[in-house]
Write a protein that binds this ligand. Sequence first.
Ligand SMILES: Cc1ncc(COP(=O)(O)O)c(C=O)c1O
Length: 260
Amino acid sequence: MGEVDIEKEHPNVVRMQILGAKVVPATHGLKTLKEAVDSAFNAYVPNADTTLFCIGSVVGPHPFPRMIRDFQSVVGKEAREQILEMTGKLPDHAVACVGGGSNALGLFTGFIDDDVKLHGVEPLGIGTKLGQHAASLTYGEEGIMHGFNSIMLKNEKGEPAPVYSIGSGIDYPSVGPEHAYLHDIGRTIVGTCNDADAVDAFYKLSQLEGIIPALESAHAVAYAMKLAKENPDDTILINLSGRGDKDIDFVVEHHPIPTK
Ligand SMILES: Cc1ncc(COP(=O)(O)O)c(C=O)c1O
């Protein structure tokens, strides 16, 4: 885990340690998600014969993107069953945030053959300039990193560009190759959400529904709130990819709780 994120998501780190994990900080570069992925592959490659699983998103060389998609597809299959049970029909839209793309692809897989619009929401951070966001499909171009070919945010040398988002799990300069494909063939719609709107959605979902979402998931919530305003009669399914417990210390320190 990147050193910066270890501090930002301290409660998650303590939970992992209580469960018996050894958490090793990635201390190079921006010390965030991309560097953690670099380190995971550096640890994996010399031990490939004895290591079965090294990465939690749909990125990296084959078979990781497919493996992680298949694991996360449980979410899509169960969401499909549950929404049919609750509403008697399929949703008009399914919405998920996209970092590497695993929670989105898991959700999308459940609806891939259906007439359901699939929206992937990328982090727009604090602006549209390189370094201010991590909206890889929105602003990127074809490139190779971490052993896979996809759409990537590059610097002037063609290397992975620095990226930023308030959501530690979505500040990644590329996206799983299947996302690039689905976007290319027009099966998915790619949207964006900036930090400010994500924080607003974090508090809105907490205060209106009693659910504290992860900052990553709050990007999907913010996007879906806009989508709902534009399509008031449609049913929208949002994937809450994680709980916000890990983010509460950071959020209240930097974005004070709104008063009514
Ligand atoms: C809660 C949460 N949501 C989303 C993500 C983004 O990952 P992915 O795009 O692979 O779902 C992360 C990554 O750490 C996460 O922690």
